[in-house]
Design a protein around this ligand. Sequence first.
Ligand SMILES: *Cc1c(COP(=O)(O)O)cnc(C)c1O
Length: 463
Amino acid sequence: MSDRPLEPSATEMRAMTESVLDLLVESMEKLDSSPASLNSPSASLLSELSAPPPEEAGKLDELLELTRRATEQSYSTAGPSYLAYIPGGGIFTSALSNFLAAGLNRYTGKASTAPALVALEESVLRWMCELFDFPAESQGLLTTGGSLANLTAVVAARTRHAEGQVDRATIYVGEHAHGSLLKAARTAGMVVEHVRSIGSTSDLKMDVAELRARLAEDRTAGLVPVCICAAAGTTNTGAIDPLPELAAVAREFGIWLHVDGAYGGLLQLTERGRARLAGIELADSITLDPHKSLFLPFGTGALVVRSRNALLDAFSRPADYMQDLEEDDSLPDFDALTPELTRDFRGLRVWLPLHLHGVGAFRRQLDEKLDLAKLAYDTLSADSRLEVPWAPDLTVVVFRLAGRDDTAQLEYLRRINDSQRVLLSSTRIGGDVYLRIAILSARTHEDRVREALEIIARAADDA
Ligand SMILES: *Cc1c(COP(=O)(O)O)cnc(C)c1O
């Protein structure tokens, strides 16, 4: 390379990109046959990877080879076999958009520095707001994930309902709520004990009567209830909390209703999802995770908020060193709406795939996952050796060996995962271990789900 290695020529850029593309295409083509969960790198690989960066230039091919070997030692989270936790597919066209956006490297934290690019990002955010029938004064945001979306919502709710009284602020989450809400409350300066964990009814949904009683008790005790955090698809089982009833309670107490739809919110794109999520449109804010249910690469979460002003109240701060940048009322300054200032141009990786493939392509994918979850539920329910207590609201199916203890369940999980053709995970519900099958990857289709069901049945033979 030249004496300006950080500014490669056109030929050099093409050659380097070609090498990276080769690695990526090879890795994507292998996803079907890759082992589901290799994660035991050799000591020599780990020691190669622990080297600090050298003073002198290295070789791209060698560095890519090291990257390839390191990638092989990982869960195949982007592949069809990944049925654990919550899958995230990572579609190719979104990766291309990411590459392009990073290369262009335009500043989109303020509208005036790149108004058309901010308009592009805002167009997908409006689309998300409208998906939930949110009003014109609503605002969407792209975050790095669901956790940061939940944090942003909790801070907005706390600012609106407990400014200056954070030591007395309380929030209400279901016992199956995602752990990021506890982190959010803590990061927002709230007392950890003031995160009220509300029990569930037998269908694993937040118990509205218990919630109402707890709210009344806390108010009487001089505490300041801020927010009910409902789940639109718990991570455990995909259960959807009773959203219309929770909206009514929030209205009655004059507090915020946040819906954590990081896993399930975007199922709103399907007819069945929209019916099951009814009431979500009454929320003050909804967390979405395009890196789960829109199959985008990790690093893409979203939040939609009913009132843009609630975000401005929480995050807008004038800064002297920004005085040259004019405000344009028709476009959002994202830095005034979130804790972030400089951010990657994340709009492109949502906008480009949606326009390129059309929303229908995503809708059909999500519909397929709902069909596959029903197939899994029906098949597992018909096996008398298994207990399958809850019909799936969305695309997570929970089951266990009937009449066996927790140790036997974990052993059963190990035998299934030893196939390396699928990866399932486990959880605890009411203290007992259950296995989960979570179907949400763009690359998981009927063939792999049927194979998973056969592996599950064979492993039950051996149990
Ligand atoms: C995944 C998940 C989160 C956290 O989102 P990240 O994108 O992992 O930060 C929050 N809530 C629920 C219900 C989730 O499934």
